[in-house]
Design a protein around this ligand. Structure first.
Ligand code: AMP
Length: 544
């Protein structure tokens, strides 16, 4: 027996051709600070062909890495489309990494070309002399003369580079497992680790993003892509947008709540994607200066746990549905999305939406206990979440070959490092990162549960909970609180607020009030830095 189906390779070049032709009128709008500049997918198709021709002239061939050091804008989207289509590998460098990490990832990926936003030239200037493999730097949206390049490196203006190039390109037919793009993890410990996506994984992932169990956007939507294109494969937005013909709104470098609300008002996006810290800021800005944003029907939020109070506030005050999603750089990143199941209503519906969501068919998941035994999906048993599937990495990248570290992989499954439980109908509830869970007297306290609960107090803007050493109990929770502007609350009042939500032994006795929770390069609470501040005696702790 044989299948009669055609042997067509899944290819991002097909997506580019499709978007540029059948969805040629869809738009990409980039915020300029006081308005938008808008182009179409047809323009993107033309510029992607020009860029591909130019890169080929610079010597970029199949499998070569092209780095970007850019904000989310039209040109970044064009590079996202062109580089994999021509068979090269896109490496979107996280511009917020520590300098030594940004240099490390560029050297590790062996980027030949880096395309840099003009506004980031001063930062990039510091890094460039230590980037050993870079032969060409292309400055976009800025003046290349502002950058000094070391000997052996050629400097180009993006506009001039592509200007005289033909506006068609004969994209190669590639085997679908060929590398298309790469992202490095933004972990706070050790060197970032490289994950390489293939044409096939990106294609299948884009279909999942668009599916009813994913983000569900279409050509009827305009997607505000706040999540940086360098974070976790941009959550799959660029290729899903190309596949669906959704229009895009790109914030460029204007990521504060005020400009975000300004650009929303101007373009009226219907869908958006960002981490909870961004939405927390937007919510506070809306409280201070009310504005109708009900055109924004859905926002996907993930990267860290979304506080239930934030989800309710967006829905009830602004008519905006926050979709809670879970994923990782290693999972392309879509793992699960919190759509309530059929039949759930009222509070039950909310309870489902507060979870990290339901796994789709393409992501197999299981919970594994400390002893390596697979635990039941009964919604009760806790353990490390392990996943596998066609858009989940099987190794980390190294120039010498795949790295399959047993701490990260378990017999073909990716060990996520997240501790959680899975319900019989496939919903994931994360308890914590395994390294953040607080071990008190042989029992576990979820730092995430404490954070979510205390962020429900009206005076609290942000809260981050870490375990601190304790002679009797090994560890006890310390709650770091950022109060809302002008608000006041005592530690005792906040502890009292938690008292009906937790067992008595779980209630934190250590509290500290800080101006801001330190954040990682992708906007998550940086507990490592908070722990270091505690260890240095830098936090004023109130013990009740
Ligand atoms: P990154 O690779 O930077 O996207 O980080 C992935 C990690 O972010 C996951 O392993 C989780 O620890 C965390 N994460 C992602 N989404 C969520 C979520 N919805 N709730 C809690 N943690 C999350």
């Amino acid at each position: 027996m044989f299948s009669t189906m055609q042997d067509e390779q899944l290819s991002l070049a097909t997506l580019l051709r499709y978007a540029a032709s059948f969805h040629g009128d869809a738009t990409i709008s980039t915020w300029t600070g006081d308005g938008v500049r808008t182009s179409t997918y047809r323009d993107m198709g033309r510029d992607a062909a020009k860029l591909s021709n130019a890169l080929r002239e610079l010597g970029v061939g199949v499998g070569d890495r092209v780095g970007t050091f850019m904000w989310n804008n039209t040109e970044h989207m064009t590079v996202y489309a062109a580089v994999p289509a021509m068979g090269a590998v896109l490496h979107a460098i996280n511009i917020r990494l520590f300098p030594e990490q940004a240099i490390y990832v560029t050297n590790h990926a062996e980027d030949q070309v880096v395309i840099v936003d003009g506004s980031l030239v001063p930062m990039f200037q510091e890094y460039l002399p230590k980037m050993r493999t870079v032969r060409h730097v292309v400055v976009v949206n800025g003046d290349p003369a502002t950058l000094t390049v070391p000997e052996g490196v050629q400097l180009h203006s993006y506009t001039e580079l592509i200007a005289a190039q033909p506006d068609t390109y004969d994209y190669p037919v590639l085997e679908e497992h060929s590398p298309a793009g790469m992202c490095y993890t933004s972990g706070t410990t050790g060197d970032p680790k490289g994950v390489v996506y293939s044409h096939r994984s990106n294609w299948l992932h884009a279909m999942q993003v668009l599916s009813p169990s994913g983000m569900r956007f279409s050509d009827h939507d305009t997607v505000l892509a706040i999540v940086p294109l360098f974070h976790a494969n941009a959550w799959g937005l660029p290729y899903a947008a190309m596949m669906s013909g959704a229009s895009l709104l790109m914030p460029d470098r204007f990521l504060q709540p005020a400009p975000l609300l300004q650009m929303m008002d101007a373009v009226r996006p219907t869908f958006a994607a960002a981490v909870p810290t961004i939405w927390g800021g937007v919510l506070a800005a809306l409280d201070a200066h009310p504005q109708d944003i009900s055109y924004l029907t859905r926002c996907v939020v993930g990267g860290s746990a979304v506080p239930p109070a934030m989800m309710r506030a967006f829905e009830e005050k602004h008519g905006v549905t926050l979709l809670h999603a879970w994923g990782m750089t290693e999972t392309s990143p879509l793992g699960s999305v919190g759509h309530p199941p059929r039949g759930a209503t009222g509070e039950q519906e909310w309870e489902y939406r507060f979870t990290q969501g339901r796994f789709p068919a393409g992501v197999q998941a299981r919970i594994v206990g400390d002893d390596g035994a697979v635990l039941p999906n009964d919604g009760e048993a806790w353990g490390e979440v392990e996943v596998r599937g066609p858009w989940i990495t099987a190794s980390y990248y190294s120039p010498e070959g795949p790295m399959v570290d047993p701490e990260k992989f378990d017999d073909g499954w990716l060990r996520t490092g997240d501790v959680g439980k899975i319900s019989p109908n496939g919903f994931l509830t994360l308890v914590d990162r395994s390294k953040d869970v607080i071990k008190s007297g042989g029992e576990w306290i979820s730092s995430v549960d404490l954070e979510n609960a205390v962020m429900g107090h009206p005076a609290v803007a942000e809260a981050s909970v870490i375990g601190v050493p304790d002679e009797k109990w090994d560890e006890r929770p310390l709650v770091a609180i950022v109060l809302k502007e002008g608000a006041t609350a005592e530690a005792s009042e906040l502890r009292e607020f938690l008292s009906d939500k937790f067992a008595k032994w779980q209630l934190p006795e250590h509290w500290t009030f800080i101006d801001e929770v330190p954040k990682t390069s992708v906007g998550k609470f940086d507990k490592k830095r908070l722990r270091a501040r505690y260890a240095d005696g830098d936090l004023k702790v109130v013990t009740l």
